[in-house]
Design a protein around this ligand. Structure first.
Ligand SMILES: Nc1ncnc2c1ncn2[C@@H]1O[C@H](COP(=O)(O)OP(=O)(O)O)[C@@H](O)[C@H]1O
Ligand SMILES: [Mg+2]
Length: 266
């Protein structure tokens, strides 16, 4: 954690990375409305890694979509760094499925993203190599996406989200479809990457284990209507160089995972 110097009681509050105030999201028709979120207040500080957990249908994806700017709150307010969220601006998004263009190569998928971001043509190849290096896929720019495993495809999706060098990364159950070992590897890499880059992350999962390993704070949601019902601060070591295997085996990790499981069961 970076040390914060307090400039005294008159210091203005730092701009939140994400702020949701009284957010309500209603789908459906006026006659048959579905209230996905109601009364959601969330404030995330720059550099925090916040994990959302909760049962299916409690509005986790809706909350992420509001922060990404894909969805407008029906009422209430959403701000990212003090501004209205806009799709493709300010936040990188990774979904459960990698959603790559299957007719493009790995490099082609990234080149498309970089072009949309306005990165000059001459810089794109270098940036692609750098991004692939960062997600542990060096030298794969020429590969076809369908030749890659699910975990590798998800790494490409992460590289694409990182292309904009976002201050905020939104991840919606990104590892849910992966096998256990691949999931563990990617958890460790995302944890280290976010720590090294200082990226603010909002991450959705069903897994108490994943939540406690990754999050500096866990928000527990409940359905009917979707809202945040509990919060668990996670005081585990956040150093990106930490031995994660030792962390997973620690009594404090087991205690936090147990506590979160209890809260999630209500
Ligand atoms: N586009 C949509 N149209 C209508 N209802 C929706 C839509 N998206 C989500 N919902 C409903 O909103 C609620 C919350 O969904 P969602 O945000 O996807 O929850 P979660 O990600 O926690 O599973 C659910 O009841 C879901 O059926
Ligand atoms: Mg969802």
């Amino acid at each position: 954690m970076p040390r914060t110097d307090t400039a005294g009681p008159i210091a203005p509050p730092a701009t939140a990375a994400v702020e949701l105030a009284g957010v309500r999201v209603t789908y459906g028709t006026a006659k048959a409305p579905v209230t996905a979120l109601d009364g959601v207040d969330v404030r995330i500080h720059p550099g925090e890694f916040v994990v959302l957990v909760g049962p299916s249908g409690c509005g986790k994806t809706s909350l992420l979509r509001v922060v990404a700017g894909f969805e407008q709150p029906t009422s209430g307010a959403a701000r990212v760094r003090g501004a209205l969220p806009r799709p493709g601006v300010g936040a990188g998004v990774v979904f459960q499925q990698p959603r790559l263009f299957p007719w493009r190569t790995v490099g082609g998928n990234l080149r498309f993203a970089l072009a949309r971001l306005g990165v000059p043509r001459a810089e794109r190849a270098g940036r692609i190599a750098e991004l692939l290096e960062r997600v542990g896929l060096p030298g794969t720019a020429g590969r076809r996406t369908w030749e890659l495993s699910g975990g590798q495809q998800q790494r490409v999706a992460l590289a694409r989200a990182l292309a904009a060098e976002p201050e905020l990364l939104l991840m919606d159950e990104p590892f849910a479809a992966l096998d256990a070992l691949t999931r563990e590897r990617l958890q460790e890499e995302v944890r280290a990457l976010a720590g090294r880059l200082g990226t603010t992350v909002l991450f959705v999962t069903h897994s108490a284990e994943e939540a406690v390993l990754l999050g500096s704070r866990v928000l527990v949601m409940a359905a009917g209507p979707g809202r945040v019902v509990a919060e668990l601060p996670v005081g585990l070591d956040r150093d990106p160089e930490t031995d994660v295997a030792a962390l997973r085996a620690s009594p404090e990790f087991a205690r936090l995972r147990g506590r979160l499981t209890e809260i999630m069961r209500g």
